[in-house]
Design a binder for this molecule. Structure first.
Ligand code: PAF
Length: 287
């Protein structure tokens, strides 16, 4: 596995590989890798001749400086995991390498991300999706992947990236990969490493409430299902729901009636102490 630190090195490498006809898969990450990331990497390795994984904690997508400062970092451990998973190359640049004018310099432009970016994470983390679009579009221009892999835990992020790719005219297949969970149901996340023992014990209640609510939803309204989940999670000491929205999975706009969409997802963000955890569940799937 080759480790690249500069934009020119990784783009020259990819150019050579593309010249010989190799297909290129990209897995963008912020490091602190877990089995969820590794499942994306393994899929990329299976589907492409060359797999590049980026490891970069992108400052422009953090609206809370403390969140950026405490984001877990474990580069050496990440590199070992990626090498074991059969990755061809890692791109792990510095902030200066990615943003030569500094992360606070004006981004190239305001990305057109559609109404999907205005709700939920877009509402509670102002500027977050502009930062995600900025770094992901930059990575796409540097690595020029045929396919890029993202986890469905960040359900809204995938929709926003699809909108960005379309509005920027970037040719890449966005591959959405299922959520990986711990044995107790907690969605795997780099932020889980920040939970103390007590918080780690409380956190699985998020998925337990979501999972049970699928049954509940069969005989209850959207509003009742929503309230049931929020009340159950908020009743657990140490957990506090920031938002829970039951939405049309294609537009991400909230629905009032189950019949409004053939594909309905519930997206939740919960504070577990200071740690912000997200998860989602499907209530209705197309077909
Ligand atoms: O999902 C993430 O880890 C990040 O938002 C991403 C896509 C790597 C961009 O920094």
């Amino acid at each position: 596995m080759i480790i690249f630190r500069t934009v020119s090195e990784v783009s020259d490498f990819v150019a050579r590989e593309k010249e010989r006809g190799a297909s290129v898969g990209l897995v963008p990450t912020m490091g602190a890798l877990h089995d969820g990331h590794i499942s994306l990497v393994e899929k990329a390795v299976k589907e492409n001749e060359v797999t590049v994984v980026s490891v970069f904690v992108n400052p422009t997508q953090f609206n809370n400086p403390n969140d950026l400062a405490t984001y877990p970092r474990q580069e050496e451990e990440d590199f070992k995991l990626l090498s074991r998973a059969g990755v061809t190359a890692v791109f792990a640049p510095t902030v200066e390498e990615m943003y030569p004018g500094g992360p606070d310099a004006q981004p190239p432009h305001e990305f057109r991300l559609g109404t999907a970016a205005e709700v939920m994470e877009g509402k509670y983390r102002p500027g977050h999706f502009q930062g995600v679009a900025q770094v992901v579009s930059l990575l796409f221009r540097i690595v020029r992947p045929d396919r890029a892999y993202f986890g469905e835990k960040d359900f809204q992020q995938i929709a926003v990236i699809r909108n960005m790719v379309e509005s920027e005219g970037i040719k890449v297949d966005i591959v959405a990969c299922p959520i990986k969970r711990a044995d107790d149901g907690l969605a795997l996340s780099s932020r889980n490493a920040l939970l103390n023992e007590q918080q780690r014990k409380a956190a699985p209640e998020i998925y337990a409430a979501l999972k049970d609510s699928v049954d509940y939803s069969r005989s209850h309204s959207v509003r009742a299902t929503h309230d049931n989940v929020v009340e159950r999670i908020n009743a657990v000491p140490g957990l506090e729901v920031e938002y829970f929205e039951i939405v049309d999975a294609r537009t991400l706009q909230a629905i009032d009636e189950w019949e409004e969409s053939p594909w309905v997802v519930g997206c939740i963000t919960v504070y577990c102490g200071k740690v912000r955890l997200i998860d989602n569940i499907a209530y209705r799937l197309p077909g």
